[in-house]
Design a protein around this ligand. Sequence first.
Ligand code: GDP
Length: 391
Amino acid sequence: MKLIVVGFGQCGGRIADEFARLNRRAHMQRGIDIIANAFAVNTDVADLSGLTGIKPDYQHRILIGGRKTGGHGVGKINELGAEVAREDGDKIIETIRTSKRFTEADAFLLIAGAAGGTGSGALPVITQHIKERYVDKPVYNVVVLPFEHEESTEERTIYNAATCLKSTYLVADAVFLVDNQRYVMKDSPLRSNLSKINSLITEPFYDLLCAGEEKKHKYIGAKILDAGDIIQTLTGWTAIGYGRSQISLTKKILSGKLDFRDKASEAQKGTQAMDEAISGLSLKCNPIDSKRALYLVSAPPREMNVDMIKELGSYLKGLAPEAVIRSGDYPREKGMIDVTVVLSELIDVEKVRSYFTKTISLISALKKRQEGIEDRYRGIEVTLKDIPSLL
Ligand code: GDP
């Protein structure tokens, strides 16, 4: 599957940059392209300058809102991010439309951090514009949720996240939810290392996008997972993850000396990798809530057999009984079994629900505060009248 990737704001731009690097890797290691083109859109010149994977010309790094923001961003005001994106929407879309290899793409992937200003506001607005213009290509969003410490120190974080999530859900074909906090917990030294987190966020897309683009016979699986399967799966709230387990049986398999214990352990490696994929999903969710799912197994061709794929299928069905499950195999890896899992059409996501409830209470608290201020203000006005003036 080939994507047009567009990152908005600092977070979105950096992750789009990581996708551009992922494509370079696919090109060098596998001789295929998974990204038709990558763009970064921002109101902040400095953020655009810090990128390395996206081409540096103005047709790939797109500055918006120059007049309103002077190239210094929108602070944390996502309404301003949305307004600037609305005003410059045609410029963004025209730049993307006239870019090289536009027609090769199967879908759009638009990315932003929910808690910021530019990305949080621009993401839903541009998603809507693109959806209105291109009915034949689905538009997917990646929404990055803030770290816990950001939520506890800044009210605006929750408000921005809730408004961005609601708006993207209304317009995008699917919303990949990525919780920054999950990547901190997995490996705490990463705390401040955003670039490492970004590479962990994009990694699960690698095999998923490559599998359907392979041209060489030996890398084409018995059951190909192509763009059609992915498009059929992606709807609404979505989480993605991947896991891998080492296999050390290759020599035994080649020599035909695989005994029954080896065979059992081989099957176990597959479920181990799937377990890791599910526990490492980009957002904590319950697989029971998923209505559509897919898994892709990548392993050395000799180690991938029908039994393993089937077993993984029934394992996932056990976890996500309500889901329509699509699958594929990708005979690529060496010495590893990699499993990518996507859970989509999630009917409940606790974290998203909590942003919505917190924001509703926040809005009513703000209203009360505002009324209090108005009363006090009126109070001054009333008393002011009764004071003699010297003028
Ligand atoms: P904007 O430039 O106004 O759109 O704001 P940001 O993109 O900086 O959005 C702030 C949110 O994005 C916060 O929750 C940050 O933790 C998160 N964020 C910023 N940069 C990155 C990044 O490079 N990677 C990740 N994963 N999150 C980021």
